[in-house]
Design a protein around this ligand. Structure first.
Ligand SMILES: [Zn+2]
Length: 215
């Protein structure tokens, strides 16, 4: 299965990507990981991407597209398929990706969309706190620590990521509506999209995902 996982920030893509990868033995990679790998290895594409990010500029689609393609072409176990998280993020990237993979064993066959109302995403993201010592993640609304503000395991003061505030989330959700929702529409027209209701507890959502994907 060659799958894309899509959904707004906070929709649970990371959690369910891990489960899908284990269940289906897929090559799972996020574009963030591909970027970091290219940059740390100093590949020509990595150096090019770095030259943009160092100037505070967005990496152009042409560079991102090429990195993803290189990654997929160099997989040692292509037959297992892949799960891409964070790509394509725009219609231009989606079209370029289709051009690159059309008629090959890298063509997308499934797009899983995690649906969560924006109000719920606000609670999930602005309520998120983590322990800087052990990495445990809490949510002050849905999964609070036993004692307010400190980690259950080691009593360390919990911290909030700088961009987990309402204003920054609004920017990210606007970007998602403007750029990524049209990508979902693009794949929908091709009949590749499966939506899953991503509200509820992890087991419930996982059961729904397995059902919509027939796995
Ligand atoms: Zn801790």
């Amino acid at each position: 299965m060659n799958m894309l996982i899509m959904g707004a920030p906070g929709a649970g893509k990371g959690t369910f990507s891990r489960l899908l990868r284990e269940e289906l033995n897929l090559n799972h990679i996020s574009t963030g990981d591909i970027f970091r790998e290219n940059i740390s290895k100093g590949t020509p594409l990595g150096l090019e991407a770095k030259s943009y990010t160092e100037q505070g500029k967005l990496v152009p689609d042409s560079v991102t597209n090429k990195m993803v393609k290189d990654y997929l072409e160099n997989l040692t176990d292509k037959k297992n398929g892949y799960l891409l998280d964070g790509y394509p993020r725009t219609i231009d990237q989606a079209k370029a990706f289709e051009e690159m993979t059309k008629g090959t064993d890298l063509a997308v066959d499934t797009v899983l969309v995690m649906d969560v109302p924006f109000e719920e995403l606000t609670r999930r993201i602005t309520g998120r706190r983590s322990c800087p010592k052990c990495g445990e993640i809490y949510n002050i609304y849905s999964n609070p620590p036993k004692v307010e503000g400190v980690c259950d395991h080691d009593g360390t003061a919990l911290t909030q990521r700088k961009d987990d505030n309402e204003e920054s989330l609004k920017t990210r959700l606007d970007e998602y509506s403007k750029n990524t929702e049209p990508v979902i529409g693009y794949y929908d027209e091709k009949g590749l999209v499966s939506h899953v209701d991503a509200l509820g507890d992890k087991d419930e959502i996982w059961t729904r995902i397995k059902k919509v994907l027939n796995i």
